[in-house]
Write a protein that binds this ligand. Structure first.
Ligand code: EPU
Length: 419
């Protein structure tokens, strides 16, 4: 298993190309199953979660053709229904997003229950309630979710008790073929959901309210060929912004969109980082030691849980103390003991972490436990004295395209090695 070796202490300088959004890509790949016309996705990130989802739709008979690295054509004309097994679903939970499109297209779906993961229990009750509201019979049988709607789905009013990203995607995809109108209330407002709605609209769906709490969908039976360019990855952009901040460097995030990153940019500005839009994206300039800023994660447009770990790394070396509260996942603090190995002064209490800024971190061997925890350790390593070795970096490949190479181009001393 590969390791990353980082010798810290160099301010990062340069430009980073921000890839297409992983969390937009996953539902979009699955959405291809709805249509019997090709869907062309461009600006697709080269990350392993995307590969997993492409292989998954391939197993349903979707023809996959790739003429360029970041572009794929998915043709589900000959798609057939099959089971999504646990050994596939556990590789990336997003694979269970096939539930909605399968039900919509074939009137039946059988998908393994995903189980918990490193960041929490992650139930899927809201996905199932949304499908039941659309008229599906949903049952759990021997570890599988079995959903049936032999007469097709029927438009309905779906009220989500919390604005789950995945449940919104499931409901939205299923509703595109339901008869009549569907309303999704308390929908997730994330840019990735708006991107899904934009792609489904290009495919022929009729959707209003994308990006708001209320989505309205008029169901239809036929789709058309569509070409859709993915939005940039705001979490990748936020990660490099944190890298500029923690190293006191200066990075231009090429392609980043400020309107997707308001909460994280506000935290950075309060911490003393200078940010300004450029013709190509966003410039982030660290200016000396960061100031400690309290952070509370919450659904979009709040501060993203997917940046909590990276910002904790940055706050570990800030001047003063702050509280970091996680309100989206109950157990997303696997990075805390690893950051402490590098000398961070952190006190974990339930879903709060008290961070007392230290003057310096010192390199050590650490273990990556999930995608965002891995990258947080890399950020810490970039500012730590001496060498940090991050083990199990395959987690990183799930969601960051070419991370080590992008960092090297900006002056980082980091190499990927196979021990
Ligand atoms: N939840 C339920 N029931 C449900 C669905 C969700 O209780 O049926 C709970 C979850 O357990 C969690 C909260 O609601 O506590 C939010 O979950 P949500 O459904 O919004 O998350 P998700 O769709 O499973 C996506 C991203 C995550 C990101 C979250 C929150 C994808 C593929 N994944 O997950 O991304 O953290 O939204 O923004 O889009 C990552 O990229 O590292 C990652 C984990």
């Amino acid at each position: 298993m590969d390791q990353l070796k980082i010798r810290g202490g160099r301010p990062l300088e340069g430009a980073v190309d921000i890839a297409g959004a992983k969390n937009a890509a996953l539902p979009l790949i699955v959405a291809s199953l709805l249509s019997d016309h090709p869907l062309v996705l461009t600006n697709l990130p080269a990350v392993t979660d995307v590969e997993t989802l492409i292989a998954l739709v391939g197993s349903y008979g979707v023809t996959v053709s790739r003429d360029q690295a970041h572009r794929v054509t998915l043709d589900a004309r000959g798609a057939f229904n099959t089971e999504a097994h646990y050994d596939v679903v556990r590789r990336a939970r997003a694979t269970m997003l096939v539930l909605g499109p399968l039900l919509a297209r074939f009137g039946t779906a059988r998908v393994s229950l995903p189980g918990g993961c490193a960041i929490g229990a992650r139930p899927i009750d809201l996905h199932l309630k949304a499908l039941a509201a659309l008229g599906a019979e949903v049952a759990v049988d021997a570890g599988y979710i079995v959903a049936r709607a032999p007469q097709g789905l029927t438009g309905a009013r779906i009220v989500l008790s919390s604005p789950s990203v995945g449940a919104t995607a499931t409901a939205l995809m299923a509703a595109t073929t339901a008869s009549g109108e569907t309303e999704i209330l308390n929908a997730a407002r994330d840019p990735e959901i708006a991107d899904l709605a934009a792609c489904l609209t290009a495919m022929g769906a009729q959707i209003e309210g994308a990006g708001s709490h209320r989505l309205s969908i008029m169901g239809r039976r036929s789709f058309r060929r569509a070409v859709h360019e993915l939005i940039p990855d705001r979490v990748e952009a936020g990660t490099y912004a944190a890298a500029a901040a923690i190293t006191g460097g200066r990075l231009e995030l090429v392609g980043a969109r400020l309107e997707h990153m308001a909460a994280e940019c506000e935290v950075l500005e309060r911490a003393g980082v200078r940010l300004f839009p450029t013709d190509r994206g966003l410039m982030v300039e660290g200016r000396g030691r960061l100031a400690a800023v309290d952070i509370t994660t919450s659904p979009f447009p709040g501060f993203p849980t997917d940046l909590q770990a990276q910002f904790m790394a940055a706050m570990s070396v800030a001047e003063g103390a702050c509280m970091i509260r996680e309100t989206v996942f109950e157990n997303r603090f696997m990075h805390v003991p690893e950051l402490m190995r590098l000398g961070a002064d952190l006190t974990l209490n339930g879903t709060n972490v008290l961070v007392r800024g230290v003057e310096r971190l010192v390199g050590a061997p650490v273990m990556a436990t999930d995608l965002r925890a891995s990258v947080c350790l890399i950020l810490a390593g970039l500012c730590a004295e001496g060498e940090t070795v991050v083990n199990r970096v395959y987690h990183l490949d799930r969601g960051y395209e070419d991370l080590a190479r992008k960092l090297v181009r900006c002056g980082a001393d980091i190499e990927r090695v196979r021990p």
